[in-house]
Structure formats: structure tokens, C-alpha cells
Design a protein. Sequence first.
Length: 516
Amino acid sequence: MSLVDLLIRQARQQPECAAVFRGTALHATYGQWVARSAGLAQVMRQAGLEPGDRVLLFMHNHPRYLEVLWAAWWAGLVVVPVNAKLHSREVEWIIDDAQARWAFVTRDVAPEPLAGLAWQIDIESAEADALLAPVPDAWAVPVTPRELVDLAWLFYTSGTTGRPKGVMLTHRNLITMGLTYFVDVDPVASTDTIVYAAPMSHGAGLYAIPHVMAGARHVVPASGGVDPAELFALGRSIGPLSTFAAPTIVKRLVDYAQDNNLSPEQCARSFKTIVYGGAPMYLADIQHALRVMGPRFVQIYGQGETPMVATALARQHLADTTHPRYLEHLASVGVAQTPVQVRVTNEHGQDVALGEVGEVLVKGDSVMAGYWHNPQASALAIRDGWLFTGDVGCLDRDGFLTLKDRSKDLIISGGSNIYPREVEEALLTLSGVAEAAVVGAPDPEWGEVVVAFVVLEMDATVGQTELDQHCLAQIARFKRPKHYHFVDSLPKNNYGKVLKTALREAACLALTIHPA
Ligand code: AMP
């Protein structure tokens, strides 16, 4: 059993059914998809690729992404989807680390040949048209048998710090993730549509798996990215969309709906479900999003090492406004998803009491097999089957997990722990503040001091004194920022995560301190 069986099962049942779209234009039915993937699998095998060999995908979102993924699995290969924003040197580092032999690219992302490959294919070229030509009888192309424990996806961590590590995801990990989606995130019908707005090399691409399981429709927007006007229109014309959106993308969708005076009912015509996660969603932001767009949100918390699967804040949790602890639940990342256990432990690996803060641990079939060629890092990350996530949080008596921060983002000032998120939450409740990010900077007296970077809404005139007074009214005195920087935007990676390392450097520079 492997991921390829999921597509075969759907293509046998509903070969004529529309499967993949580019914008509103049909790109492939399930039958055509399987015929193209089988054809490419055959070519790759004939060219000498062996089961377990790595194939890199370095391209912008494209309908052929899906065909290449399933072709690789058909031939028993391992896919290595890479962030399209990486520098060619960073990609060449990954090619070398993964020992990838083939790469599928788009010309805009990889205009020059990348070092270390046996073959680089431009997915939009005539060569790719030939490679992906449908075979007349897909069922005559043998599937290379794979076991659930075999590797399917080598996922290089986003690498906001240090060298990225290759997270080894098996067929079992990804099938577990797919099945869990229906139980903990969202039931999917074959008439549903998933839209790939966020990069397919990351979490968004994983949504292909439950949506192939359900025989649903897959849409790559014509722009290949996030354009709220395009997405709202797309939903209206082909049916309500489901999508994964990092909190920054959610904000853009909500702003669009508000600026265009769309009611929640009108939003429902464009969107069935917006799954958010990948970075903190602040309480004020999700409350606003629910008010503007209505009950179409679900939150997931996971990481590359347990993709999409750790906890989920389901639609019913978000709607349970009469619960006495509703606001706490809304600010949390939800409850453990069905196939995993979640614990919070102290530095000795012992469970802490409910409400106490510690490191979040996850155990279950979604947890990676380890880091590629890195037994040391693997042994540190997974102990007794428990994944040490590096996230800090606490569990409440209802089983809801609230994340404080990444352990490395914790600020220790004058011996007291300060979780940047708490300060960010406080800053964001001041009207006129659009975005806020808080980091620690070295300080000779306090060890570290809190530094805030603030993006103001257009025409807002909030000053430092107002921010300081607002913080004093909301959080303990020692937690309030000692320095404020007003910026036009926050540095973010391709997936919408704020680059705290860059902010720490900027904070040090502003204070003319050299980072540790
Ligand atoms: P990545 O491996 O790049 O997907 O990053 C995973 C990290 O993003 C997690 O370890 C968390 O620190 C953060 N993250 C993921 N989901 C959430 C969420 N729902 N809320 C807050 N942080 C999140």
C-alpha cells in the first residue's frame, strides 16, 4: 500500500470526473491525471531511476505539480518539494544533501541549470509535454510496490535558522495525515474543491492527499498564488473553495471581504473552509475574521516533523461561544488530533501540571521517521517515540493546548520568562496596530530586553507612549517592550512566518549590540 493507491482508486471509480483545474480551466480529469502520472513513471523507471531515489520539485504552484508527485510515487520514488523562493545555492545544497537525481522546475524559479543533477526538466517545456503525455492504458503500467514504512516525501524544514534538515515522511505518515483530516479538520465530498494558493512545496501541497482520497477537485489559481480578488471570484464561479492559509493570508482575505462590504453569506459562496495554522493566530484577529467571514475557519497545529497533525481547533470549537472558557479555547490551538497523543513536559521530560508551561511533545503515526542522514538530530528530536517539537505551551483541563512560543523565541529578562506572543497579543488589541512582532535583544543589565516591531494601519497615529500605556494596562510591567520600532512591514518567509531571526538582528543593530 502506498500513496499511489489513493489516486488509482479514484481514477478507477470516476475517470471522467474533473480533477485538476488551472483557474477555471479544466487541466485533467482523474482518468487523464492517472494516465499522465503513469506515463511519466514509466519514463523515469526506464531512465534508470530506482525505487527510493529522490526527485526534486522546485517550481511555482502548477497543475503539473500534482502529476509529478503521483508519477514519482508510482515509480516508488521519494519527492523533495523545495521552497520556490530559495536561492539556487540553497537548492544546490539540498540537491547534494538529498542526493536528488532529477528535478522538475519552472523557468522563473530556476532559470539556470542547477548543479548536481542528472536531469532538470522545465515543467512548461515541450520536453515536459512529451514526458507527461498520457499513456493509452495506465493500468498496464506496473506500480512499484512500496510499504507504508517507506519514504515518500523528504521535506526540508523552512530553515529560518541554520541549515535545513530533511524531514523523512513515510507513506504511513502521509496516509495517516490524510485520513485524520476528515475526522479532525473537515469532512470532504467529491464535489468539494481545494485551492492551492499557498506554496505547494509546504503544508498547502499536503492537502492534495485528503482531497485525492475524497476524489475532490484541485485548483491552482491562474496567478499561482494569493490574490484575494481572484480567489473570491474563483470560488463564486466554480463553487466554494477550501484552502490552507497562514494567518497573514487569512488577514488579506478578511481585509478584502471587509473592503468590499461582503457579508458572511457572500463569503460563504466563495469559501467553504479556511484552514489556518503554521504561525500564531492572534485572538483579536480570529475574532475579527469570524465576524467578517462567518464560521468557515478551522485551525491546525503541526510541524514538518508531524505534518498538519498535532492539534486542531475544529469548527464546532470556534462556534461554541457559550462555553465558559470560549475565549481561552479560541486563543488555543485546540485539542490533540485523533491519531496522536500530546503532552507538555518540563526539562526532565516529566509531565507538568495543567496550566503550567513546558515543551510540547507529540506521539503517533504522523510523526516523521527522523531526519535524513542525521541520526544525532533524529535522536534528539524523537525520544521513546515522542517528538520534541521545540514549541512551548500549556494544556488546560478541557484538553486544549495553548502555544506560548518556540522555545528559542522565549525572552528571559531579569530572570523572568517572557513569551513574545503574550506581548504581541496585547499590542494588537490597540486600535491602529496592524501587526506586531516581539523579540529579545541582549542587555547588560537585564540579560535581555523586550523589543517590539510594530506595523501601523494606514493613517494611524499611534506613538510609543500610547503603546507603552496600553501594555501597562494589559500585561505585567516587566513584560512590556523597552524599545519600539515602527516599520512598514514585517520580514516574512515564503510561507508567511515572521522571520524572528531577522528581527533579532535588526533589534541588535538598532541598539548597536552584536547578536550572541
Ligand atoms: P513548519 O515545520 O515550518 O511547518 O513550522 C512549524 C511550526 O510553526 C510549529 O512548530 C509552530 O511553532 C508553528 N505553528 C504551526 N502551527 C501553528 C499554529 N496553529 N499556531 C501557532 N504556531 C503554529
